[in-house]
Design a protein around this ligand. Structure first.
Ligand code: HEM
Length: 447
């Protein structure tokens, strides 16, 4: 049997595919184009891509790395699905079995857990990159809707957080139980409807079987499904918007070098009307030096980013074990009880902000848990319509035109990071601040 080769040795008749696979080393532009359209995995790639948008130091490939991490969580989640039992009596023991009995169980669990945590970080970094390069702005192309892709992105970010949060509860140990207790209590602070929102979330008054099955179904079916659909649309939009905003920025910079209009064709219409056809200015992206073929250039870089991510996570998972504390116990409260790390900045604000104006008291949980995140998410969502800077500031790192908004954005990020650090490292028993080198006092019954 003849094995398919990666290269085509001799030219083929037009339209005939002699090999079942596509070429990764095309010999001509035509073959490169064929490689894209005839392959299911690559058909959503453009045939050509602007060189500048592929630069490692423009996007840092953070979107691709986010996608690779999402893929890894799904892949490593599948074997866990066969072994985990979503019942309060058996969940903890099933995780313990995965950890200590199943061959490679602890490694698979670590791959899943590390990818999930890193995904929160990398998606956040991708969001920051898009903001700082103003890549939610449209360029000069027709029908672009990058602001829609930004809004889809915000929803994807929130879905990623919720996906991670729902997974947090599943081991049903003390860490899981109390992190979710603290997290869902933040929702309870919404005036009037807070208690109902929490009840809806956890399926009752207390975190118990109804909560576990709710979080389980959200974690393994709804949220990954939603994220998958959003991801497909996200990528389709990138394609429809003419690629990354960087490509637009490049064409604006380069356009003075575009070919001058050539008064070319003359026409006649049934001999009645005669004239010269409208001339077409060659677009820079058509210029041979501005683009490369997606196969092999884009495919090679996407493969490096994806395989690199898989390799790094696989190695990290050998050395970093996943925690499993005592089984969940509603009667033993850890001191301090902390929310998952990505909600710690909110927990920090909740504890620090109780505003009193005369006899009126504004509950800190309401400020930190509702007003502030609501305001931030609202601002983030609608920022593309608030930002009035020129389209020339799109697809460019830290442009002068967007200096102030980028500065405010970076200060906000710095604030969130500082509060997360305080919550993670400096908070001790009774939520008192301790330096990392200070010992915590002995507290009777503390776990
Ligand atoms: C699971 C989450 C996400 C995945 C897997 C993902 C994936 C991607 C990929 C692969 C790209 C192509 C360019 C690149 O690699 O940077 C991209 C571009 C883009 N993403 Fe995301 N993304 C996610 C979340 C977000 C978020 C949170 C936002 C913003 C709120 C966002 C907004 C955008 C925009 C506007 C573009 C076009 C960028 C440009 O034109 O330079 N994405 N995304």
């Amino acid at each position: 049997m003849r094995l398919p080769s990666l290269t085509r040795s001799k030219p083929e008749a037009p339209g005939v595919h002699a090999e079942p696979f596509w070429s990764l080393r095309p010999q001509s532009d035509r073959e490169a184009g064929d490689a894209v359209v005839s392959n299911f995995m690559l058909h959503w790639f453009p045939a050509k891509i602007s060189k500048a948008s592929m630069a490692w130091n423009y996007s840092f490939w953070l979107g691709t790395i986010s996608a690779a991490l999402f893929f890894l969580t799904i892949l490593s989640g599948l074997p866990l699905l066969f072994l985990y039992v979503p019942s309060v009596e058996r969940a903890y023991q099933s995780v313990k079995d995965i950890e200590f009995v199943i061959t490679f169980g602890s490694w698979i669990r670590s791959v899943h857990r590390i990818s999930a945590h890193l995904m929160v970080i990398v998606v956040a970094l991708h969001l920051m990159r898009v903001f700082l390069t103003g890549a939610y702005k449209n360029g000069v192309g027709r029908g672009q809707q990058r602001e829609v892709n930004w809004v889809i992105g915000v929803v994807m970010f929130l879905t990623t957080l919720f996906l991670s949060f729902t997974g947090y509860l599943l081991p049903w140990d003390q860490l899981a139980f109390w992190a979710v207790t603290v997290g869902t209590n933040i929702a309870a602070s919404i005036p009037a409807i807070g208690a109902s929102v929490r009840e809806l979330l956890i399926g009752g008054r207390n975190i118990e079987q109804a909560t576990l099955i709710r979080f389980y179904v959200l974690h393994v079916v709804f949220l990954p499904g939603l994220l998958g659909v959003l991801f497909a649309y996200h990528m389709w939009r990138v394609r429809k918007d003419g690629g990354l905003a960087r490509a637009d920025a490049e064409s604006v910079v380069e356009s003075p070098r575009s070919t001058a209009p050539v008064p070319s064709k003359t026409y006649t219409l049934l001999g009645v009307a005669r004239g010269t056809a409208p001339t077409v200015t060659a677009h820079t992206l058509d210029a041979p030096d501005a683009t490369v073929n997606a196969v092999p250039d884009l495919v090679r870089r996407a493969a490096i980013a994806t395989l690199g991510t898989i390799a790094v996570i696989s190695i990290m998972s050998v050395f970093i074990a996943s925690p499993l504390e005592e089984p969940a116990n509603a009667l033993v409260t850890p001191n301090p009880a902390k929310a998952p790390w990505y909600f710690l900045w909110l927990q920090e604000i909740v504890t620090d902000t109780t505003i009193r104006i005369g006899s009126f008291t504004l509950n800190g949980a309401f400020v930190g848990g509702v007003i502030l995140p609501g305001l931030l998410v609202g601002l983030l969502t609608f920022w593309p319509w608030i930002d009035k800077s020129s389209h020339l500031a799109a697809g460019v790192w830290l442009p002068r035109d967007r200096r102030t908004q980028n500065l405010v954005f970076l200060l906000l990020i710095l604030g969130v990071l500082a509060l997360t650090f305080v919550g993670m490292v400096l908070r001790g028993p009774y939520w008192i601040l301790y330096w990392p080198w200070e010992a915590w006092p002995e507290i009777p019954g503390r776990i």
